[in-house]
Design a binder for this molecule. Structure first.
Ligand code: ME8
Length: 640
């Protein structure tokens, strides 16, 4: 029997159209779901929309439509986006559906009957004209951030969920299950958060009515997170299909953005504990996508619409870029130039050429017919061994959600196959009748390598994978293919006629501004100037020797017997570093985790109190106070 695998994305707010950040999260989930299907698992992949709440009610009012009309239109856009992006979700849950209403109300009833929900008073800062509550933090100059009018402290009756009751149990659970929250840096943040004490959670409101009514008191609607999180139970038969529910719950993976890890690893487990249900196996908090180094925002006008990109470059190119370019747990940068660079180098060149060269040589030298290889040279054997190693790497690393590393490994195999063409020179073999068998073997092995590649890229680029399969004209229906089918070398049938080569990815031309090389004389003048520098002044060349990089703090801990020192584990893009820094008087370890700092990356390593330090982080200090230098850019970015 195949193993069930239940994976979810956040259900997104239909307050506006989705952007590239949402597409990023859903693409990751899709690649993982597709990988598990290739492994033969029984996958249930869920995404959806989180449609209730005051903000959406207000937007609908502004648009002069009902909230449901408003969300229905936007949700149709979500579904269209997922279709175009090749997302293979098994269900789409809308929180406005009856099946979800029933689940939320039943859960409320069960927890209320248990005595874990009580009626209390919600206190907050209220703007009467906007009918909105705000937190102190959200106010602008102490006034409503929407209309700028004063707010007043008011209270309303509300239902509360006794989260505080579960504080010790959830802490123990997180500590005993190291895999539950990933990556590890988020786990540490959550442990610190719980240790500060959990307050009971307000789960209803009377100040707006766009929500699911509290079943025992219809004046109240259930407030957002209690409604939203329970979506994960609705489509797998919580109320109506115990067999299905038993099969898929607990979920294997809730994939969420890092800002909502807290809701998924504290509130959600407390609700599940109150329901006596097991907790999800893993919550993974992925990093944020920024655009050209900047956070996306409407006011900056830099919100990237995925539909526009799909129209321009195709879904698979966008998927490839997002999955390859960004390390899952870290923030990553989206840039059009980098996307075009990847399309040209990796897709048009490496992958496209391998397919095109293989098929056109097969057409030219053997009328398009492949016969099974007879014997194997050392080069043939090494290609086969590399294929087997790539498949093993793929399995292990996809299981561990190392998507970017897996793609890079598959592309190394693609380069290896291209090199095999150069090493074997089929065009030379074709000129020598005595080398006919050798030529036939080479072309067969290349087609076989492409068969393997097409399966291995399916989670990342499903349409391209099928196009390769179809151009190879393989008889098996691609929809039924699994990893088992590529375990053994030699799956291309004997006497097989391949299809016609078609371009996979056209190269994208970019106009480059080339800097004219500096004339020799000018260079000389520059060198002379350098020699004349006054004392204390360095030249740009001197400064360029210092390599500064953005580093994300993954974890931090005190150095024993050294009051001032902290040992930091940093991510610098592809690499991890350990740095010892004398900032303990100003920062607690927990405060530093997740910060993006500036690292002097090419400093000679040193030992401080016996602990190795591979670099130095920058901080501003006036002798008394000290602040680390923080930058809102992905780990690994060069600072110049
Ligand atoms: O929070 N980079 O919905 P939401 C990467 N309804 N991912 C991003 C992103 C970015 N710049 N911006 C958004 C909600 N995301 C709730 C969730 S779940 C029970 C309820 C992704 O529409 C990321 O996954 O604000 C983030 O967690 C999610 O969209 C938030 O979507």
């Amino acid at each position: 029997m195949s193993k069930p695998f239940y994976i979810t994305t956040p259900i997104y707010y239909p307050s506006a159209k989705l952007h590239i950040g949402h597409a990023y999260c859903t693409t990751i989930a899709d690649a993982i779901a597709r990988f598990h299907r290739l492994e033969g698992d029984d996958v249930f992949f869920l995404t959806g929309s989180d449609e209730h709440g005051q903000k959406i009610q207000q937007k609908a009012q502004e648009a002069g439509v009902t909230p449901l009309e408003y969300t229905t239109k936007i949700v149709a856009g979500f579904q269209d986006l997922w279709k175009r992006l090749g997302i293979s979700n098994d269900d789409f849950i809308r929180t406005t559906e009856k099946r979800h209403y029933d689940v939320v109300q039943e859960i409320f009833r069960r927890i209320y009957d248990k005595g874990d929900i009580y009626l209390g008073e919600y206190k907050g800062l209220y703007c009467t004209p906007c009918e909105s509550y705000w937190t102190e933090h959200q106010l602008v100059d102490g006034k409503c951030p929407d209309c700028g009018r004063p707010v007043e402290e008011v209270s309303e009756p509300a239902y509360f969920f006794k989260m505080s009751k579960y504080q010790d149990r959830i802490l123990a659970y997180i500590e005993e299950h190291p895999d539950f929250i990933q990556p590890a840096s988020r786990r540490n943040e959550m442990i610190n958060f719980i240790k500060q004490g959990l307050e009971d959670l307000c789960i209803s409101r009377t100040s707006f009515d766009w929500g699911i009514p509290v079943p025992i008191n219809e004046k109240h609607v259930i407030y957002v997170w209690f409604d939203a999180l329970t979506n994960y139970l609705t489509p797998i038969g919580f109320l109506d299909d115990p067999e299905k529910f038993h099969k898929y719950w607990p979920a294997d993976l809730h994939l969420v953005g890092k800002e909502i890890v807290r809701f998924h690893t504290i509130i959600w487990p407390c609700i599940l504990m109150a329901l006596d249900l097991p907790l999800p196996k893993k919550v993974y908090g992925h990093g944020w996508l920024i655009v050209d180094g900047d956070k996306m925002s409407k006011s900056k006008g830099n919100v990237v619409d995925p539909i526009g990109l799909i129209d321009e470059f195709g879904a698979d190119a966008i998927r490839y870029f997002l999955l390859r370019e960004i390390n899952l747990g870290q923030d990553g940068n989206f840039s059009r130039d980098a996307l075009i660079g990847r399309i040209n180098a990796d897709l048009a060149n490496d992958l496209g050429n391998l397919l095109h060269r293989t098929l056109s040589m097969t057409k030219k030298f053997q009328d398009g017919v492949l016969t099974k290889a007879v014997g194997a040279s050392d080069i043939d054997k090494s290609l086969q061994a590399d294929a087997a190693e790539t498949i093993a790497f793929f399995r292990e690393n996809m299981e561990n959600m190392q998507l970017s590393a897996t793609i890079k490994h598959v592309w190394a195999f693609i380069s290896r196959a291209n090199k095999y063409i150069d090493e074997t020179s089929p065009w030379a073999l074709a000129k020598d009748p005595a080398k006919k068998q050798e030529l036939s073997n080479v072309l067969y092995n290349l087609a076989e390598a492409l068969r393997v590649i097409s399966v291995l890229i399916e989670p990342f680029m499903p349409t391209t994978a099928k196009r390769i399969w179809d151009q190879l004209a393989l008889p098996q229906d691609f929809a039924t293919v699994s990893l088992k089918d590529i375990e053994t070398w030699g799956g291309v049938p004997d006497n097989h006629t391949v299809g016609t080569p078609e371009q996979l990815f056209p190269r994208i031309e970019i106009e480059e501004e080339k800097e004219a090389p500096a004339p020799k004389q000018e260079k000389k003048a520059k060198q002379e100037k350098k020699a004349e520098l006054p004392e204390g002044i360095i030249s740009i060349d001197d400064f360029a020797k210092v390599k500064l990089r953005v580093a994300e703090v993954l974890s931090a801990e005190p150095v024993p017997k050294a009051d001032k020192l902290l040992k930091l584990q940093l991510s610098v893009g592809d690499e991890e570093r350990q740095v010892v820094s004398g900032i303990a008087p100003w920062y607690s370890p927990a405060e530093l985790v997740g910060k993006h700092l500036v690292l002097v990356a090419n400093l000679k390593p040193a030992k401080l109190r016996g602990v190795t330090s591979q670099g130095m982080i920058l901080a501003a200090s006036d002798g008394k106070d000290l602040k680390v230098v923080e930058v809102n850019m992905p780990a690994g970015t060069e600072v110049r």
